[in-house]
Design a protein around this ligand. Structure first.
Ligand code: FE2
Ligand code: FE2
Length: 526
């Protein structure tokens, strides 16, 4: 049996960094910035440390790091993340293998950044990288050089290492021409993908799915504006602009099978829909929201499944999910791994044993030092002193953060005004009346409470059960079973679609603790 740990999106931000010339004693990101983001910043190093501690406590010697190691690819944050990983390597013999995420670097030469930090008295101070160059996001070469020991180059003792270009680990030997969308402009870039056999019998395939595509007619590649942002590109962009990866993956899968190796692939972006097939319903009521527009289309599922790679771990969306795509008598599993700095904080422990893959989700709700920035938040001028700043643990902090996002961002910005107004003024009883669904023993809930739970279940799958009372969960199951088919564009019709999406979330494949049987492609567990 081989045990590995999988951690996604730690988004390391080093609060101990002193931005040069900025007059700051520390780099505490403001709570205002935190509320504008789907992740938290100042808690990232304690949370990443807690995840690495879990890996050690579980006896894993290998960690797959599914991208977005740092926030956002600045030299000081990369240095802090790499130093932390080196500490665990030296103290515990832990090996970390990474894949690039969209926050780890930008295109060839990086891009400027502007972040708000807190001074000692809680005054928000905006810092621009034009005044402090080390606050800028690095470009690909500079960032990869700093992270090269995270699998991007072979290490002594590796049984095998290769890239799509051969066995030369020099980044200069791993480049190709990336065309712009119209094919008229191209730019030479590194593809940092690699295959490594770190322990006998295990092939780890790190796929660099973070593709910076030059804009049509771009000329100055030192200018960040010459590139499309990779954030929303994901695997569709890989198919179009890094197509050489597919035959390499097919060849790797065939060789792994012939050689009797366990093959575990990972890349930053999902290859399957991690929102339980609810994307089209979501587009219908909300339009192209943050997550729905990042759902990979079925052409990606078909292309990746056709390579014969059976198991893929993804990050980026900070969602806990298991998805399966059948293909020609075989199939492809995508395990979406949540982030330690977004609700619900967790990581995965994976046991490979013959044809069985047992996966456990370890919550990272207990994080020593989770409150290190709370005093600064409370002192922050203009920040609302809400319950987040008194949260008893990291899980509760991120749950409050999610609630703040639901109330301050998702509903007001993404929901149709008529639905948002109903949520603001009505109770669940009113919803039942609107839908004509009489349900006995409905709990007395506001619509806000229902909507907050909707987002908890969307993001965390089974892991949300630690945050949603059992009677509410039972009610949502009964409600989703009772909704009539069909819907229209009326207010009631739109809420029916919302509940149909909730039914999808509640009916996901097991995504807490479960076992995949690669012979009969079954998934058993919770
Ligand atoms: Fe991320
Ligand atoms: Fe990401």
């Amino acid at each position: 049996m081989i045990r590995i740990a999988v951690i996604a999106d730690p988004h390391v931000h080093d609060c101990g960094w002193r931005p040069e010339g900025a007059g700051l004693d520390a780099a505490i990101r403001s709570f205002g910035d935190t509320l504008a983001s789907t992740r938290v910043f100042n808690e990232s190093i304690p949370a990443f440390r807690a995840a690495l501690d879990c890996a050690v406590a579980e006896g894993a010697k290998l960690v797959l790091l599914v991208g977005d190691l740092t926030d956002d690819g600045q030299a000081p944050n990369i240095a802090a993340a790499v130093a932390l990983i080196a500490e665990y390597r030296d103290r515990h013999g832990l090996r970390v293998l990474a894949t690039p995420g969209n926050h780890d670097f930008f295109a060839l030469h990086g891009r400027p950044q502007k972040k708000t930090f807190l001074t000692a008295d809680g005054t928000p101070q905006t810092l621009c990288s034009t005044d402090c160059p080390e606050a800028a996001t690095l470009g690909m070469d500079a960032a990869l050089r700093r992270m090269q020991h995270l699998g991007y180059r072979p290490e002594p003792g590796d049984m095998h290492w290769e890239s799509p270009f051969g066995t030369d680990p020099d980044f200069a030997a791993r480049t190709y021409l990336v065309p712009s969308p119209d094919g008229g402009t191209s730019c030479r870039m590194v593809d940092a993908s690699y295959l490594v056999e770190p322990v006998e019998g295990l092939w780890v395939l790190s796929i660099d799915s973070n593709v910076s595509v030059p804009r049509d007619n771009a000329q100055d590649f030192t200018d960040p504006a010459a590139f499309h942002d990779a954030t929303d590109g994901g695997w569709p962009t890989v198919l179009r602009h890094r197509a050489h990866l597919l035959p390499w993956m097919r060849d790797v899968a065939a060789r792994a099978k012939a050689g009797g190796k366990h093959l575990v692939a990972f890349s930053h972006y999902p290859v399957l829909d991690v929102l339980a097939g609810t994307g089209s319903d979501e587009l219908r009521i909300f339009g192209p929201t943050g997550l729905a527009r990042r759902t990979p289309p079925s052409v990606v599922a078909e292309a990746v499944a056709a390579t014969g790679v059976p198991l893929h771990f993804s990050g980026h969306l900070h969602v806990n999910d298991t998805a399966f795509h059948p293909y020609g008598g075989r199939g492809l599993f995508n395990i979406s791994v949540p982030s330690p700095v977004g609700f619900c904080p967790a990581m995965k422990i994976v046991d490979l044993d013959g044809d069985r893959v047992t996966i456990r989700s370890l919550p990272l709700s207990q994080v020593p030092g989770h409150d290190l920035a709370f005093a600064a938040y409370r002192a922050e001028a203009g920040a609302s002193v809400g319950p987040a700043m008194h949260a008893a643990d990291h899980g509760a902090f991120l749950d409050h953060h999610l609630v703040e996002l639901v109330r301050g961002r998702y509903v007001p910005r993404e929901w149709p005004a008529e639905m948002a107004e109903f949520v603001d003024n009505a109770r669940v009883d009113d919803l039942l009346a609107l839908l004509g669904v009489p349900l006995a023993d409905a709990p007395d809930l506001t619509m806000w409470q229902l909507v907050e739970d909707w987002y908890r279940l969307r993001k965390a799958g089974t892991l949300a059960e630690a945050y949603v009372a059992p009677e509410r969960l039972d009610f949502y199951r009964r409600l989703c079973e009772s909704i009539p088919p069909g819907s229209d564009n009326s207010l009631a019709g739109r809420f029916l679609v919302l509940l149909r999406i909730l039914r999808g979330y509640l009916g996901r494949l097991p995504n807490g603790d479960f076992t995949l049987d690669m012979r009969d492609l079954s998934v058993r567990g919770s």
